[in-house]
Write a protein of this length. Structure first.
Length: 604
């Protein structure tokens, strides 16, 4: 025990060593929640002699799952073997591969991603004569929300009220029929079908309940209804459930997350042990004090009383600028200044955070003009690029000839190329490694030649197509490779060409993308009413509180320096308007804050 926990503080040790019954670890930002999970798994295996196959650990990103697996292996000095560590979707996909046949789901089902299902929904809308009434995105979103609330097409049809819901119900029924015909599940189906399977098949539920003696769940405040139900079902028998989360970092209600899941944990498990990790190892006292002052304005929950042994550090800088262009030049000038005289050696020590993706445009332009390398995190995703989607369509067809969406995409690439592809798509091809299959497809379809139009953009597409070979190389079977691709999360996207070449880059990202990360210096741009908090949240106390939590998440990413910027006026979607400073600026208190007054120009 001492060997495994010598680096933990008393509260962390207590949380790790509790292995009998349910527990909630309320872990503030920078308090070491990942360390708790990895050390607890290691403790179960080494000290309690629990078989790794009897442990289920669930996270929200593939990156976090891989990091957890590696850390546990390092702690116990061996690979964790048959232990299940993965995202909710990967866990459900694995369950359905094993037992889905009991619910009429073939073992060889393919997983439709966002673009696949968007394409299928558009086709259904067109065939039904419903074009132009509502956007395909709004219908897709309604179907997704229904599945996450465990409402299937039949139930939705019964509950539908009003023209929009009736239209969604019509598309929903046809959409599920088309998925079934193609032996396909979409991303939401993985959760929906897995929960339905466990509820409808008691013998299967008992098997998995018996299998998983211990269940650990990360970021519990971000679970939706389907994920919550899954955890409830699997943990009923042994109730050795450990959930880790922080109500103050619940920022994903827009994608179905329900923060009330963490608030009701004690009611769900009356005998649960509660651990509060309030020591922050990341930020200075100044940054932590301001963040605490901000989050205390939320009334729906009691925040953790965060503290740190770190020093006071530098004051927080609040800067008023004239416009979004001045804001961008101000940030670049500060980065240059700190690099030359502040002892910060790397561009990658800086992060610029903003509320909406639209804010990145001006920042990117100015960074390019100023010659400052940057990487856009969570921007245009590798697996959503046309050339990558084209090649994946060919590969999906090899695995499942019923996949109509992939067939139609392959047809659009060219019927002659499709004919050449079909000539090599024999049964023997499936036994070859994915990278070999991919090379055969590239050769038969002459896809690289198709992309080579002599432009720089064409070269970039060729590089992306070739990069897919790097992704495929470690896999031995086509099924494993395609499942890996289908389950990749937005935050797991491959680096862009620029970031690969310039590993030393300033990080640009939305506040949502920044969750779970940390940087020595953080700039938060656009602290204005209508941006942060966002204009869409103004009519709801709950939504304003989530915006406040989002601001809190941004502030607590900073280790040493925090800069908060707002503009007097800003151009948004073609209209320039005057801006009021965000209410959050007045809520962080006034101690240890330096104010910069507006400048006429920052060099542009």
């Amino acid at each position: 025990m001492e060997t495994l926990t010598f680096s933990l503080n008393p509260e962390q040790k207590e949380a790790v060593s509790h292995t009998g019954g349910p527990s909630l670890v309320a872990a503030g930002p920078g308090s070491g929640k990942t360390r708790i999970l990895t050390h607890k798994i290691a403790y179960l295996i080494k000290e309690r002699e629990v078989n790794p196959q009897e442990i289920l650990a669930v996270t929200f990103t593939n990156k976090a799952a891989q990091e957890m697996r590696e850390r546990v292996a390092a702690l116990i000095g061996q690979d964790v073997g048959g232990m299940w560590i993965g995202t909710f979707h990967a866990t459900c996909a694995k369950t359905l591969r094993i037992d889905g046949k009991e619910a009429g789901i073939p073992k060889s089902f393919v997983i439709y991603d966002e673009n696949d299902r968007k394409s299928l929904i558009k086709k259904i809308i067109k065939a039904s004569g419903l074009e132009g009434r509502f956007s395909p995105y709004s219908i897709q979103s309604a179907i997704s929300n229904a599945k996450n609330e465990l409402v299937g097409p039949e139930e939705y049809e019964e509950l539908a009220g009003g023209y929009f819901q009736e239209m969604v119900a019509e598309v929903f029924v046809k959409y599920q029929q088309k998925l079934k015909e193609a032996d396909a599940l979409d991303f939401d189906d993985l959760l929906f079908k897995a929960v339905r399977l466990l509820k409808d098949q008691p013998q299967i539920l008992k098997k998995w309940q018996k299998r998983f003696l211990h269940i650990l769940v990360d970021e519990y405040q971000d679970t939706n209804r389907a994920q919550y139900e899954l955890v409830q079902l699997l943990s009923q028998k042994h109730q050795n459930l450990t959930v880790v989360g922080d109500m103050s970092q619940a920022i994903y209600s827009w994608r179905g997350a329900d923060f009330r899941n963490i608030l009701r944990f004690e009611k769900d498990y009356p005998k649960a042990k509660i651990f509060r990790l309030s020591q922050n190892y990341r930020s200075t006292k100044t940054i932590l004090s301001a963040a605490k002052s901000l989050i205390e304005h939320n009334k729906t929950h009691i925040p953790l009383d965060l503290w740190t042994q770190n020093g006071n550090g530098l004051p927080i800088v609040v800067s008023e600028v004239q416009s979004e262009l001045d804001e961008a030049y101000y940030i670049t000038s500060q980065i240059r200044s700190m690099r030359s005289g502040g002892g910060i050696a790397k561009f990658s020590d800086f992060a610029v955070l903003y509320r909406t993706n639209a804010q990145s445009r001006v920042l990117e332009e100015v960074f390019m003009r100023e010659g400052i390398p940057y990487v856009l995190i969570g921007g245009f995703k590798f697996y959503e690029r046309k050339e990558v989607k084209d090649l994946l369509a060919y590969l999906k067809l090899l695995l499942n000839s019923k996949d109509t969406v992939s067939f139609q995409r392959a047809e659009k690439i060219g019927k002659r190329r499709l004919k050449n592809f079909l000539e090599i798509a024999g049964p023997e091809t499936l036994n070859e490694p994915p990278v070999v299959i991919l090379d055969k497809i590239l050769k038969a379809t002459k896809y690289i030649e198709y992309l080579n139009d002599g432009t720089e953009q064409g070269q970039s597409r060729i590089e992306n197509a070739k990069e897919l070979r790097s992704v495929a190389a470690p896999f031995t079977t086509l099924g494993e490779f395609l499942e890996h691709v289908a389950l990749v999360q937005p935050t797991d996207a491959l680096p862009t060409k620029g970031s690969k070449k310039h590993g030393n880059c300033v990080n640009l990202m939305t506040l949502h993308s920044a969750k779970g990360l940390e940087f020595p210096t953080v700039f938060m741009a656009g602290l204005e009413e209508g941006i942060l908090p966002h204009s869409r949240s103004m009519g709801s106390l709950e939504e304003v509180e989530e915006e406040r939590r989002l601001c809190y998440v941004g502030m607590t990413r900073a280790k040493r320096h925090l800069h908060l910027c707002f503009a007097k006026d800003r151009m948004f979607f073609g209209t320039r308007s005057f801006s009021a400073p965000s209410r959050f600026l007045t809520e962080i208190g006034s101690r240890d804050i330096v104010f910069h007054l507006p400048q006429e120009s920052f060099g542009h």
